[in-house]
Design a binder for this molecule. Structure first.
Ligand code: AMP
Length: 395
């Protein structure tokens, strides 16, 4: 069965085509700048990236371009070979605890949840609607970013805010990056080969979150009602004193929305370094001796270590600490910055192995370390394809 895993943003569409159940990746790519006069279509064919620039007005045009390209590049002979499509959906609220086959009712619930994720759910829905209209008779599955965290307990997911906010408006911690945390923790659990496991996953990309996973279930995670909570990220501030919002709104004569926008888009690495949101740029500046880049990095590693300490207590110990996503998989500097703060937990690692590890699964802790430290490349697409395959078998 050939399955497309789709991640639709407001102006982009990431795709991967997999053969299931073998999980062979047939191709992957991205359509960017949808809606602008110069769209960019990139597809990997036999390991080579092919890029085409063209006006791509809508997501429908993007998907049509993708289908034509799959045939032109002989990845499939005809569109009917695609038998399932899995869609990443950021916010499933409390409605979905697992992935589901999409029907009109599911679409309606995702629409209703847009209030909680106005930047993400509407974009995810555009992807869903486009595929449902273009590929009739194909199973479409929604895979929710927060579903893996639905095992958190009320004492963890509720804030110290009026209970009525939860009752009436569903204000609570939901958590995100669930598909990634699940994939990486499952892999770590396999590698540990232990029945009861205590695992912390640090998903460090432009967006970043930490999760504590006990015996395969998420018990806590750093993102909250929205992806803004937690550790500082590429452009997000992470957790702050909520009092800052009114204070800055008054000082700079800004609306709450404008301040929130700054917290989402102009903070984190970008805001502190006053230079870039990209970890590679921050590392390059640190090497040149830039104090603000160093500070951006230190603030982040300090906060990551704080979460690890808190989750260590919650888990009642720790078997494995895992680094994943763009920064976690590739940046030896960030891993070192975090690990240096964990010595009290008797975490020991091999400096050389850490510096050499880039994007491949590697155990970087030493045999005498109390905690195993792994770099595990994430694979959200394969998780999406697995859910599509398994739901297709049942329907
Ligand atoms: P993601 O959101 O998972 O795609 O991760 C994006 C982040 O990964 C960006 O901040 C990149 O700078 C960072 N990244 C990618 N490759 C490297 C690398 N070789 N060294 C440091 N950071 C990297």
């Amino acid at each position: 069965m050939k399955v497309l895993a789709i991640n639709a943003g407001s102006s982009s569409l990431k795709f991967m085509l997999l053969a299931m159940p073998s999980e062979e990746v047939l191709t992957s790519g991205i359509v960017e700048r949808i809606g602008s006069s110069v769209g960019i279509f990139t597809i990997k064919v036999k390991g080579v990236k092919l890029t085409k620039e063209a006006a791509i007005a809508t997501h429908k045009e993007a998907v049509e371009m993708l289908l034509v390209s799959l045939i032109e590049n002989k990845i499939i002979a005809k569109v009917e070979e695609i038998e399932g499509v899995g869609h990443r959906v950021v916010q499933g609220g409390e409605a979905f605890k697992t992935s589901v086959v999409i029907d009109d009712q599911v679409v309606k619930v995702i629409e209703d949840l847009s209030d909680l994720a106005p930047l993400h759910n509407p974009a995810n829905l555009i992807g869903i609607n486009t595929f449902r209209n273009l590929l009739k008779n194909v199973i479409n599955v929604a895979v929710f970013d927060n579903a893996f965290h639905s095992t958190m307990q009320p004492e963890t997911y509720l804030y110290g805010t009026p209970y009525q906010w939860y009752r009436q408006y569903k204000v609570r911690k939901y958590g995100f990056h669930g598909t990634s945390h699940q994939y990486v923790s499952q892999r770590a659990s396999q590698l540990l080969n232990k029945k009861n496991s205590k695992i912390i996953v640090c998903h460090l990309g432009n967006g970043a979150s930490i999760a504590a996973i006990k015996n395969g279930q998420s018990i806590d995670t750093s993102m909250g009602l929205t992806p803004l909570e937690g550790i500082p990220m590429g452009t997000r501030s992470g957790s702050i004193d909520a009092g800052i919002i009114e204070y800055i709104a008054n000082k700079e004569n800004l609306s709450i929305k404008a301040v929130t926008d700054i917290l989402n888009k102009k903070s984190g690495y970008l805001g502190i370094s006053e230079y870039s949101n990209d970890a590679r740029d921050i590392e390059a500046k640190i090497k040149q001796g830039d104090p603000l880049a160093k500070l951006a990095f230190d603030i982040q590693t300090k906060r990551i270590a704080d979460y690890i300490g808190a989750y260590y207590l919650q888990l009642g110990g720790l078997d494995a600490l895992c680094f994943t996503a763009g920064i976690g998989e590739n940046s030896a500097l960030i891993r070192k910055g975090v690990l240096n703060r964990l010595k009290v937990l008797k975490v020991k690692w091999d400096e050389d192995l850490n510096s050499q590890t880039r994007g491949q699964e590697t155990l970087i802790s030493t045999p005498d370390s109390k905690v195993k430290v792994w770099v595990i490349p994430t694979n959200e697409e394969v998780m999406i394809a697995r859910d599509v395959y398994s739901l297709a078998q049942k329907s």
